[in-house]
Structure formats: structure tokens, C-alpha cells
Design a protein around this ligand. Structure first.
Ligand code: G3H
Ligand code: ZN
Length: 285
């Protein structure tokens, strides 16, 4: 089973009106847990490597790991480079076998964002690799991209329409009230804004970042409004990897292999819960 493109899965999700879950990973156990959860639910899944995770795993290893895991579990997996600001790094990811990339030029001006995003689309599309871009700022912290909650800018629907026409992206990350990392207070999503963007761009998959801590009902409403990809990172990193590893290594002489099994099982169970909420179960193939 080869890795699949995001464009393919997004068009299925648009027709079926569900979202494909996207999870950040940074270790093999973490990735195996994601694949296990997707296989158990017969769901497509997006495995996302952040720039920081790539520094740990290496580009070639990341791709080979995903190809191997997708094949072992017989699943439809998209390998996505998350929040990358560097054109050359994106080109290397495309050359090395990523099936989807995100150019995050959301800190630049509209014109600069368009210019850089369009260049990435031009390169990636030659290889059939899907491109996600961001318009507006999703607040919080993602690796070294820090945007304070105060400065976070929501996506203006009319700008989103112009941006998609100006760049030719395959998916659009929108700033609609979510933030990266754990929430300090209950998240407040701007559902009318999501609906308005979807109304102007009915065939453009919208991406919701900062999925950790968003209530299930909010996910459902966002999906009903047109969101087709939902990113979850912190929840898996903290609850799926860190907490269970700490617990697993608590006793002297504990076997690291048993910790791997705990991480895989916990990551799989979180992934399965999210798949149920996003409606992507039984949508593989
Ligand atoms: O791009 C990745 C995400 O948007 C993850 O956000 O860590 O808040 O779940 P999160
Ligand atoms: Zn994000």
C-alpha cells in the first residue's frame, strides 16, 4: 500500500461530508499507534511531521517509516509536512516522497503569502503533491512559530476566496478561533465564519488547526460547516506518548518494549475516538 495524496482523500471527504483526522508524530511508536487506530476503524489518516519532528527523524527516515507502516497496516495514509516556512525544505520533502505539504506563510503580508504559496504550488503540483496554506493566523505555539493569542487574526472570507484563486492551493487552513496547544479557557469557534468561507469556496477543503481540547460537538459543527481536515498534535504528544511513557518507566527494570506497546495502544485509542467524531470510519479505500 503506497502513501496517498491529500487531494484524493479531501475530495472523498467533501462528497461524504466528513473530516479526515491529521495527527502529528515524532517517533515510530507514535506513528504505529496512529496507523493501528486508523486500521482498526478502516479510516484514511494523515500523518503529520512538523519541522521540529523532521529534525529528530530525518527526511528519508520519515518517508520510509510512513511507507512501511502504511503497508504493514494496509491503510490509506497521507504523509504531510506540517507548518513549514521554508521553500527549500518543502521542495526536499516533495522530492523525497511526502504526499502533502503545508506552506505556512501566514506571518507574512497577503501579497508575500500569495507569492510564496504560489511558488510552492507550482513546484509540488508537478509531482502530484498536495499543498495546504494558511490565511489569517492560528494563535498559540507550533514549534518555533509563535503567535500570541492577542495578535491572532481570523480569516476574512472574501480574502480566502481571493487567496485560493491567486494561489491554486488544495486545502486552506483557516483561523476561526482555535489555538495551538492546550486551551487556557473553553475554545470559542466562529462557526458563521467557517460557513461563510465554505459558501464562497464550496469545493475547497478547509483545515482546522489546534484540535487538542476542542469539544466533540464543536468538531461536528465545524465539519457540518465545511471543515475537511482536523489537526491534532498536543493531545497525542502529551497523553499518547508522554503520560504513558512516564507511567511505563516508573518502576526500575521496566522493559522499554512494554513502554512501546503502551504508547502504541494509547495513541491508537485516541486516534479511534477522533475518527468516530470526524465520521471517517469505514471511508478507507
Ligand atoms: O498543525 C498542527 C496542529 O494544528 C495541532 O494543534 O497541538 O493544538 O492539537 P494542537
Ligand atoms: Zn497547526
Amino acid at each position: 500500500m503506497a502513501l496517498v495524496t491529500m487531494k484524493y482523500e479531501m475530495s472523498k471527504a467533501e462528497k461524504g461530508r466528513y473530516a479526515v483526522p491529521a495527527f502529528n508524530f515524532f517517533t515510530l511508536d507514535n506513528l504505529i499507534g496512529i496507523a493501528q487506530g486508523a486500521a482498526n476503524k478502516k479510516s484514511p489518516v494523515i500523518a503529520m511531521a512538523s519541522v521540529g519532528a523532521m529534525k529528530i527523524m530525518g527526511e528519508h527516515t520519515t518517508v520510509r517509516m510512513c511507507e512501511g507502516v502504511a503497508s504493514d497496516f494496509g491503510i490509506d495514509m497521507i504523509l504531510h509536512l506540517d507548518h513549514c516556512t521554508d521553500y527549500d525544505m518543502i521542495c526536499r520533502a516533495v522530492d523525497n516522497g511526502f504526499t502533502s505539504v503545508m506552506i505556512d506563510a501566514s506571518k507574512l503580508s497577503y501579497e508575500e503569502n500569495v507569492e510564496l504559496t504560489a511558488r510552492v504550488v507550482e513546484y509540488a503540483s508537478k509531482y502530484g503533491v498536495s499543498v495546504e496554506a494558511e490565511l489569517g493566523h492560528v494563535g498559540g505555539k507550533e514549534d518555533d512559530i509563535v503567535v500570541s493569542e492577542r495578535e491572532a487574526l481570523f480569516t476574512v472570507p472574501e480574502d480566502a476566496l481571493r487567496f485560493v484563486n491567486d494561489t491554486g492551493v488544495d486545502a486552506l487552513a483557516v483561523a476561526v478561533g482555535t489555538v495551538h496547544g492546550f486551551y487556557k479557557s473553553e475554545p470559542k469557534l466562529d462557526f458563521p465564519r467557517i460557513e461563510k468561507i465554505h459558501e464562497l469556496l464550496p469545493h475547497m477543503p478547509l483545515v482546522l488547526h489546534g484540535g487538542t481540547g476542542v469539544p466533540d460537538d464543536d468538531f461536528r459543527k465545524a465539519i457540518a460547516g465545511g471543515v475537511r481536515k482536523i489537526n491534532i498534535g498536543t493531545e497525542l504528544k502529551v497523553h499518547g506518548v508522554f503520560d504513558v511513557s512516564k507511567q511505563g518507566y516508573a518502576q526500575p527494570g521496566d522493559d522499554p518494549r512494554s513502554v512501546s506497546k503502551l504508547v502504541i495502544a494509547k495513541c491508537a485509542s485516541i486516534v479511534e475516538e477522533k475518527i468516530d467524531v470526524m465520521g471517517s470510519a469505514n471511508k478507507a479505500g
